[in-house]
Design a protein. Sequence first.
Length: 294
Amino acid sequence: MIRIGANPIGWSNDDMLEIGGDISLETCLEQARAAGFTGMELGNKFPRQAAQLRPILQQYGHELVSGWYSTELLLRDAEAELAAVAGHATLLKEMGCSVLIAAETSNAIHSQKETPLSARPVLQKAAWTVFGERYTKFAELVMAQYGLRLVYHHHMGTVVQSEAEIDRFMDVTGEAVQLLLDTGHATWGGGDPARIARHYKPRIGHVHCKDIREDVMWRSNREDWSFLDSVLAGVYTVPGDGLIDYVRVLKELRGYSGWIVVEAEQDPEKADPAVYSSLGHANLSRFIEEAGLK
């Protein structure tokens, strides 16, 4: 079964807390529910204790979908990472989530507004094997202890950005590691999200949908902007408002069951979250139906 969720980053940015800082959690949840969403991922304004978070989400008709976790598996082993994730994983388990979203950020530059994307880290060939082994072990431990499937979030400004790096990461990790397909990051990273969906369909455990404003992307690439400057300029938007052919992508995911999440970070001063969340939900619902997903 397909369910459509939202990420609060369209209301309040997690890397620039001043962006959307004046928008309350209650406003975010209310507007998301009015747009049609029934699930939310975590954001910086969410309580991190289940006893506090559950009644707030229930009040606005939402379930907790999951939440981002930053790993440092290039620097530490799987057992150390398991100890570090304990609080986050416990919250997800207690809230009834099925997946844990993870991305390697020990050397990432996406949260550094002054750093251009061309300065992002690139993993040396010799390092991939150990990285994959650690991630596989970590995913196995998370499943064994918390019953959560680890889904890896490829992301601009990190060591898994390009399609080739997604391929290499999937090659060096075992079946315990699943992929979070993010259409916007895949496209901006020079990849084809439909090809990624087709090739890794059995291991895709979560989906994020954001669209790309092509003119902003090309200008960012030409002028070597940072990730955050690009976001503020509007590189991302909701599905159906950019260049991605969503029906083509979603057709490759027939048989997928789980959440498809609109995660389109924008400056709420320029892109009214109530307007864009409604547009994103309506467009994505239509695309899912046209693609034949149930």
